[in-house]
Design a protein around this ligand. Structure first.
Ligand code: FES
Ligand code: FES
Length: 159
């Protein structure tokens, strides 16, 4: 099956019903996407398909053929000199020292990235609502919200 991930084409030899999380991690080596509950509940495995956040643990690869898949590895911008500029959310999660174990973080960032595209000037309670189905077992919710607020300001300043 032909997939397009982070702007690159891939050919994978998998059953169409295989879940994307395993194809991304095991076949393509994109281990930034994490497996948590495996039931579409916790949000740890969130990626984008055509810019829409989806839970890759319950999304078969057949649902993504012909569409653009973006993972946390594809969120940064590649500059003309080949270096990488982190997405403002990635930078803010570092600067605000959000992660504890970090297992939930790529899912938090991918969900927040899609949210900020639709809601560039979010109020704190809107951030909480947008991320309420992304669970952080370490309880980093206050820092997660702070990082999203910082990233929103950065995105606005660079628009
Ligand atoms: S691992 Fe996919 S939602 Fe929890
Ligand atoms: S940082 Fe550990 S689950 Fe969120």
């Amino acid at each position: 099956m032909e997939l397009r991930v982070n702007g690159k084409p891939y050919s994978v030899n998998c059953d169409p019903s295989e879940m994307l999380v395993w194809v991304l991690r095991d076949d393509l080596g994109l281990t930034g996407t994490k497996m948590g509950c495996g039931a579409g509940i916790c949000g740890a495995c969130t990626i984008h398909i055509s810019g829409v956040p989806v839970r890759s643990c319950v999304t078969p690869i057949s649902a993504a053929v012909g569409l653009e898949i973006t993972t946390i590895e594809g969120l940064a911008t590649i500059l003309p000199d080949g270096s990488e500029k982190l997405h403002p959310l990635q930078q803010a999660f570092i600067d605000e020292q959000v992660p504890q174990c970090a297992w939930c973080i790529s899912g938090q960032i991918m969900t927040a990235a899609a949210f900020l595209k639709e809601n560039p000037h979010p109020k704190p309670h809107e951030i909480d609502t947008a991320l309420e189905n992304n669970y952080c077992r370490c309880g980093c919710y206050v820092r997660i919200r702070a990082a999203v607020e910082v990233a929103a300001k950065e995105l606005e300043a660079s628009a």
